[in-house]
Design a protein. Structure first.
Length: 356
């Protein structure tokens, strides 16, 4: 073979990337093939910087030898494709140690060995990280202002990644201090963990991202649920009930004010003399000097509608029970009226109070 022919058969392949645990095909082709396989010598070798190249697989006298250390059971060349001059090597169950430079050498096995082709392949075994998982030791809803420690864990990569925490609810990055831990496993890969502490004042969805120069790996959203803020309970009350309570209090205040004014001026007795109306029932109560029992009728009326009264609107009573209760209440009103009239009719009421 001439010198020019020797130069024309050199080929250089591009680099290949395989995944850890996966498989890769490294091409080596010599076409057209004019020789029988028994006349060829084909070697696949892996470069070793500190020692002679390692034998991966070989074809000699038409037979394949694939039992070399570290590659036994992991390498393969297709006999049918070899008949066509295709000596592509399949390497499976890739490990990190498989990364490196490989070369395919094709020679003619004659008394003077002739080089037919030589191809180089650069193989890089990539070790992607696993999908990160976010965990925290406390389950269920959180209290307002509670501190929570979250952990983001991933494994399988070769190089230290960047770990980013995101507020998924707002689509923004969480600016927090994080503690990074990294441990190398027997396979040569890493197990990485990021730990952060958050103060929870509102419901929050968080996401953890493992970022490498090759690609990113994102966790599922992790929801942090928060209980209602105790300080806001009063704002969640039924507005109708609050309004009704305020109205009742205001009405009682107005009635009490008017009552005090009327009692002071004794106008109530001039307007209603001797008659008290309680739920439609009319009765009289006069003191010795004719002082009218009507002075006290508002007390009896309010008594009926106080929350602890016998005929509060919320009472769930039958007609007979309501009638009986009304009669009992009227009697209480009569007693209150009689006592009130005696008080105001006295010549010198207690406490230096006099009826004008």
């Amino acid at each position: 073979m001439s010198y020019s022919v020797f130069l024309s058969v050199w080929r250089f392949s591009t680099g290949l990337v395989g995944r850890l645990g996966g498989a890769v095909d490294m091409p080596c082709v010599y076409k057209p093939l004019f020789y029988d396989l028994e006349k060829l010598l084909v070697y696949w070798q892996k470069g070793n910087p500190n020692s002679p190249d390692l034998m991966v697989i070989e074809l000699h006298n038409g037979k394949i030898t694939d039992t070399y250390q570290n590659y036994q059971g992991r390498v393969y060349m297709d006999p049918t494709m070899m008949l066509e001059g295709n000596f592509t090597l399949r390497l499976k169950d890739l490990s990190l140690n498989d990364s490196g430079k490989y070369k395919c050498i094709i020679m003619l096995n004659t008394p003077v060995i002739q080089m037919l082709n030589q191809i180089y392949t650069e193989l890089e075994v990539a070790a992607p990280f696993s999908i990160p998982v976010v965990t925290h030791p406390v389950e269920g809803q959180l209290k307002y202002g509670q501190e929570v420690t979250l952990k983001c864990t991933s494994y399988g990569g070769k190089h230290q990644p960047m770990i980013i925490w995101l507020n998924s609810s707002e689509g923004s990055e969480l600016i927090v201090d994080q503690k990074l831990d990294s441990m190398e496993l027997s396979s040569g890969t890493l197990n990485v963990t990021s730990t952060v502490t958050l103060n929870i004042t509102a419901p929050l969805n968080v996401t953890c991202i493992i970022r490498t120069p090759e690609e990113n790996f994102t966790s599922q959203q992790y929801e942090l649920r928060q209980r209602d803020n105790p300080g806001t309970d009063s704002q969640t009350q039924n507005p109708t009930a609050v309004t009704a309570s305020i109205s009742v209090i205001a009405s009682l205040g107005v009635i009490a004010t008017m009552l005090m004014i009327m009692i002071k001026r004794n106008s109530l007795c001039r307007l209603y003399r001797g008659y008290v109306h309680v739920l439609g029932a009319v009765f009289t109560s006069k003191s010795a000097d004719g002082f009218c029992g009507a002075c006290i009728w508002p007390f009896a009326t309010m008594f009926l509608f106080l929350p602890h009264g016998n005929l509060h609107p919320r009472d769930n009573l039958s007609s007979q029970d309501r009638s009986d209760t009304a009669q009992a209440t009227i009697k209480k009103g009569r007693d209150m009226t009689t006592q009130g009239c005696r008080f105001f009719a006295a010549p010198n009421p207690p406490g230096n109070m006099t009826a004008s």
